[in-house]
Design a protein. Structure first.
Length: 148
């Protein structure tokens, strides 16, 4: 069944994408939750018109995201955490601490758009996170975890 996504779905696609899913998934979950609508002929025409009108706004948003990405390329974060004598962290470093450190540097980035490449950060050392600023603009950010 073809559907039009009303919002971004991590494993499926982005807002306004037309995707094909199984009938049960569409009828029992996506459409009742308001995540998608059925891709009828009239819905596709409305979508095409909306995309055409929004193209100029999207270009500006992408340009802003690219400007932020250029500023972020030179940034290196240092995150302090309580550690044991062996260098293990009590708890772990997650996207919340990275977002707070970025906010201190003047970048207001939502923690949901930050992905740590390692599964869990539980030791002192250098790590890499990926920040998704736009669907086409991603930037890698190096951060270092140090003991306090």
């Amino acid at each position: 069944m073809e559907i039009i996504l009303k919002q971004d779905v991590a494993t499926l696609g982005h807002k306004d994408d037309i995707v094909t899913v199984k009938n049960g998934y569409a009828r029992n979950y996506l459409i009742p939750q308001g995540i998608a609508t059925a891709a009828t002929v009239s819905a596709k025409k409305v979508l095409a018109e909306n995309i055409k009108q929004r193209a100029h706004k999207e270009a500006k948003i992408k340009a802003d995201a690219e400007a932020i990405a250029q500023k972020l390329e030179g940034v290196k974060l240092t995150i302090g955490a309580k550690t044991s004598t062996t260098g293990k962290i009590f708890g772990s470093v997650n996207t919340i601490q990275i977002a707070e450190s970025l906010k201190e540097k003047g970048f207001d980035i939502d923690r949901k758009n930050i992905y740590i490449k390692e599964e869990q950060v539980k030791e002192v050392g250098s790590y890499t996170a990926e920040i998704k600023l736009h669907r086409e603009v991603k930037v890698s950010l190096e951060f270092e975890v140090v003991g306090e």
